[in-house]
Design a protein around this ligand. Structure first.
Ligand code: PMV
Length: 314
């Protein structure tokens, strides 16, 4: 009996996280070195409609119906059934694995959703088009945090660099000149909902200073876009540094992130910033390729639990 498999990459946000929740633009790119994978194996001898979930990374080995109502995987199956207007899926085993660290700003939740939606819809004989994959993954993102901008599901589903503005047609970004990033993991797990929620409370209490920060982040994302499209990278590092300073003022950085950002700069990075939700997770540093190892070593010496060197390509 055939199995149906699909995978989806991780992602990083180059510019504009958090401001993007408030309708400013952000730039995100896929990261191929880390992937989520889903395999669906038909299980015709199992009771009707039973979906058995195997996700060893998070110690899950049970029927989907036994998961809590709030479980994203359970929700994903419900959303898929509603989309196809069916009461249940044919019995199957859904195997989920991922090399994307969870709650680290690398889009793990979106990538797992995208991989599962693709594999399950192929199993149903009706592979979803990419815009539906992204739209359904967005519904699931809402479980992770209430007010997602939609950038994660978009960049992961389309697997291309995006210039993203919530509620507007997707704009893909053509990166003219390849560049190298070092990604450093603080090792501190932080779910996106924490900093997103805290920033919302602060914004509700006193919006003008935050609106000013979001406006500046918007200008930075616009400048970065024109530089990336023109292939002129000389200013990109300082734009990252400035974006990080704004994120600090938004209250979404952490001592660990600030330490890694400083260490990357001291080791020769052209610029560095946190990436994603913040309070933990990952930071990124822009480097000349020959300095990548040196910056990576400096990050590890400054407490990073893990680093990745990645090239963003046209
Ligand atoms: O999922 P993360 O941690 O990469 O964060 C997503 C980026 C935010 O702007 C913080 C939230 C959002 O919905 O855009």
């Amino acid at each position: 009996m055939p199995a149906f498999s699909a995978s989806a990459p991780g992602k990083i946000i180059l510019f504009g996280e958090h401001a993007v929740v408030y309708s400013r633009p952000a730039i995100a790119v896929p990261v191929q070195q880390v992937q989520a994978r889903a395999i669906v194996i038909p299980d015709p001898l199992a009771p009707r409609g039973r979906v058995w979930i195997q996700a060893p990374d998070i110690n899950l080995d049970c029927a989907a119906g036994e998961l809590s109502e709030e479980s994203p995987l359970r929700k994903l199956i419900q959303i898929l059934q509603a989309h196809f207007q069916i009461d249940h899926l044919p019995a199957c085993i859904l195997r989920v694995s991922s090399t994307i660290p969870v709650a680290a700003g690398l889009g793990s939740g979106a990538a797992i959703s995208v991989a599962c939606l693709r594999a399950l819809s192929a199993f149903l004989g009706a592979p979803l088009a990419v815009e539906h994959v992204s739209a359904l993954a967005y519904e699931i993102e809402k479980i992770y945090h209430g007010t997602p901008s939609g950038i994660d599901n978009t960049v992961v589903a389309y697997d291309r660099p995006v210039y993203f503005v919530h509620g507007q047609p997707i704009e893909f970004l053509s990166v003219r000149q390849p560049f190298t990033l070092v990604i450093g993991d603080t090792g501190r797990r932080s779910s996106t909902s924490g900093p997103v929620g805290a920033l919302r409370q602060a914004w509700l209490a006193n919006s003008p200073p935050y609106e000013a920060l979001f406006d500046r982040a918007c200008e930075i994302a616009r400048s970065a876009r024109s530089d990336l499209e023109a292939g002129t990278l000389s200013r990109l590092g300082s734009l990252m540094d400035e974006n990080h300073a704004l994120l600090v003022q938004m209250g979404v950085s952490s001592p660990e992130l600030d330490r890694l950002v400083a260490a990357a700069r001291a080791a020769g990075a052209s610029g560095a910033k946190l990436s994603g939700g913040g309070w933990g997770g990952n930071m990124i540093a822009l480097v000349e390729p020959e300095l990548a190892e040196q910056v990576s070593t400096a990050l590890l010496e400054s407490g990073a639990t893990h680093t990745l060197i990645t090239q963003v390509r046209p």
